[in-house]
Design a protein around this ligand. Sequence first.
Ligand SMILES: Cc1cc2nc3c(=O)[nH]c(=O)nc-3n(C[C@H](O)[C@H](O)[C@H](O)COP(=O)(O)OP(=O)(O)OC[C@H]3O[C@@H](n4cnc5c(N)ncnc54)[C@H](O)[C@@H]3O)c2cc1C
Length: 288
Amino acid sequence: MKPYPFEYTRVSSLEEAVTLLQREDEPRIIAGGQSLVPILAMRLAAPSRLIDIGGLSALRGIERRGDVLRIGALARHAEVMASAEVAEAVPLLARAISHVAHPAVRNRGTFGGSVCLADPAAELPAVCTALGATFEVFGSDGLRTIPAREFFLDIYETALAPDEILVAAQLPVACPKERFGFEEIARRHGDFAIVGLAVRARMEGTLFAELDLCFFGASPRPVLAQNAARAVIGQELTDETQQAAVSALTADLDPQEDAQADAEMRLHLAGVLLKRRLAEIAGKERQQ
Ligand SMILES: Cc1cc2nc3c(=O)[nH]c(=O)nc-3n(C[C@H](O)[C@H](O)[C@H](O)COP(=O)(O)OP(=O)(O)OC[C@H]3O[C@@H](n4cnc5c(N)ncnc54)[C@H](O)[C@@H]3O)c2cc1C
């Protein structure tokens, strides 16, 4: 199948992109095209104009700025994976990125494209949510920021206004007392997750002082499992606290059925991942 016909503009400024977003009936930003081109080829979308932001150097680069790592929207997954700064400053992202797709897709696909697509089974939205990242976006009123925890609204739906473009993500640099966990279950390495979990914790000795558990593939958007976290915060990890956290997941998650798994299976897998990653963070990892 071939895409419906569309116009194409490679813009040379953010302002030009915003003007086109406002002027066109059905505009669509294109970055790496790794998700959008298949969508067009299957005629699942019929944009009037593709606005190619690939030439905007302001959207490139990975840079440490004080206590955040700023990742430009056009940073490719392969760049993130190879970045020594990412490995040092944001270890959770370094762990997650190798699970995003396959080398060919990672060579073109961008950080911003993955965030803006907002696939509920994608790794990067979950990492940003777990870490409490902030997104810089540009629109007709200029620059503003949106917390990642308010950005992902539903399946493929974000808090971006129709004339806004994601410019960069700011991810907090890891502190010495923080620990991180990441695991996903997928049919093959590099596929979208059936269920996944990104964890940020701060330990005080053997106690969990802070705990952010972000599940992906387990609800229509990346979700912080706050009931499960409350079952563990302020406590040591024991069989009882672990089981209480797993039981609380029914109140946190809204798993959906698709060709890969039904809701019950997803909830079960979420519990398995939770037990394993809590054990890892508490230093009690064992075969579950
Ligand atoms: C075979 C295959 C396997 C994959 N596996 C995974 C996987 O396991 N995990 C995963 O997370 N992803 C996976 N992907 C998707 C891949 O990671 C894409 O790179 C990513 O989803 C989109 O990035 P992109 O730059 O290609 O965006 P595009 O395809 O160009 O755009 C995606 C969407 O984001 C919008 N957009 C892009 N950039 C911006 C911006 N700066 N501001 C506003 N809107 C913007 C576009 O309008 C479009 O709606 C897979 C893709 C393929 C083809």
